[in-house]
Each structure stands twice: as structure tokens, then as C-alpha cells.
Design a protein around this ligand. Structure first.
Ligand code: IYR
Length: 215
């Protein structure tokens, strides 16, 4: 079918790209959230934005679970902290622990219960029909990674902060959230406003000249 979006004048593109770049450069991962509620529709709209991501063979191999039930959130936190404890006590290995040290992370994950919203992203490793039949999904990691990138952008540009948390192993999430066997947890994303006393590590990003190669 035809696709004829109106072409944006170059000056407007330039202005928008520069403004967007500046806003995206202000995004920070947040680990301390204010207790204040966020407008839930903002989160739903951000998830809808994420679900516009391109995907392998347009299979859209993602499920976003918005976890509201405080009891389920407590179970997720307990299970995640238990796994993280084992990780931080040595499973990660010295090199990995050293790489994490500047971030100041540890096994205590209050944001899992305390952030006003919690999104758990699942990847559908294969398609599962109602009769149990299976079909292959293509480029699932790439597709879901792109969708999560779009989710983080949408949340940030809508004024909300987020954290991509990847408890490892994450198998417990499928059980706790009652997801089907074809789904595998990809990330846990607490969402909210930064706490009034929120701190972030003093990090700088690579400059464009370090990440862009023009040939
Ligand atoms: N999953 C652990 C450890 C962790 C790993 C990486 I790589 C990070 O960038 C941050 C944390 C945790 O959530 O603490």
C-alpha cells in the first residue's frame, strides 16, 4: 500500500533533531523513586509507543506486563533480591563486580516495590497457538531490545524516569506473573519520578566522535 508521509522541511528536521538530542542527553537511569503516583495513561501511552517498534518479520514478539498488585510486587522483589544476593556474593565474578562498582548497585532493590509503576517486559521466544502449536520467531532479542529503547525514550520524553533492571536469572518472573511457556522475561522497568534526594552516579557519556565513524 502507498506510504506518503508529508516531508518535513530540512530546517525543521534540524531544529527537532537538535532539541531531541539535548533532551535525550538529560536522561538518567534512576534508582530512587518518589512515592508520588504517575499518570497511568502516560505509562500506557509509552508502552503503546514501544509496541510501534519494528520487529523481525513483523512478529511483534513482546508482552508488557504492568504490575499493579502490591502483593505480586512484593513477591517479585523478594525473588529478585534473593537472586541478586547470590550474584553479588560472588556469582557475578570479580571482573563483573568491579565493573559495577562505579554504579553503586547492590542486592537491595526497593524500587521493585516502591516505584509507582512497574513494567515487566517479556520476549515471546516463539509463537504459541491456542492448540499448543509453535511457530518460529525471528530476531527476538533485537526486536525486543529496540522496543525497550523506544519505551525508555517515550517515558523520558513524557517526563518520567525509569530503570532497566535485569535480575538474573529471571525465570521466576514467568511463574510469578503467570505468563505462558513461550515467554521469557527480558527486563523489569520501575517507572516514576526521581525521589527528592535522588542521586545518580557521576558518569559521562562517550562523545559523538567516539561512537560515530563516518567512512
Ligand atoms: N542485575 C544486577 C547487576 C547489574 C548488572 C549490570 I551489567 C548493571 O548495569 C547493573 C546491575 C542488578 O540489577 O543489580
Amino acid at each position: 500500500m502507498p506510504y506518503r508521509p508529508e516531508r518535513m522541511p530540512a530546517e525543521e528536521s534540524l531544529a527537532r533533531a537538535a532539541a531531541l538530542r539535548e533532551r535525550m542527553e538529560r536522561r538518567r537511569t534512576v534508582r530512587q523513586f518518589a512515592a508520588d503516583p504517575v499518570p497511568e495513561q502516560v505509562v500506557r501511552d509509552a508502552i503503546a509507543c514501544a509496541a510501534t517498534a519494528p520487529s523481525g518479520a513483523h512478529q511483534q514478539p513482546w508482552t508488557f506486563v504492568l504490575v499493579k498488585d502490591p502483593q505480586i510486587r512484593r513477591r517479585i522483589r523478594a525473588a529478585a533480591e534473593e537472586e541478586e544476593r547470590v550474584s553479588y556474593e560472588g556469582r557475578l565474578g570479580e571482573e563483573w563486580l568491579a565493573a559495577l562498582r562505579p554504579l553503586g548497585t547492590d542486592e537491595v532493590k526497593p524500587h521493585l516495590t516502591d516505584a509507582p509503576q512497574l513494567i515487566v517486559v517479556f520476549q515471546q521466544r516463539y509463537w504459541l497457538g491456542p492448540d499448543g502449536s509453535r511457530r518460529k520467531h525471528y530476531y527476538v532479542d533485537e526486536s525486543v531490545g529496540i522496543a525497550v529503547g523506544m519505551l525508555l525514550s517515550a517515558l523520558h520524553l513524557s517526563g518520567l524516569a525509569a530503570l532497566v533492571h535485569t535480575p538474573s536469572p529471571m525465570g521466576f518472573l514467568r511463574d510469578v506473573l503467570g505468563r505462558p511457556v513461550n515467554e521469557k522475561a527480558f527486563a523489569v522497568i520501575p517507572v516514576g519520578y526521581p525521589a527528592p534526594d535522588c542521586e545518580v552516579p557521576d558518569l559521562t557519556r562517550k562523545g559523538l566522535n567516539q561512537v560515530l565513524v563516518e567512512v
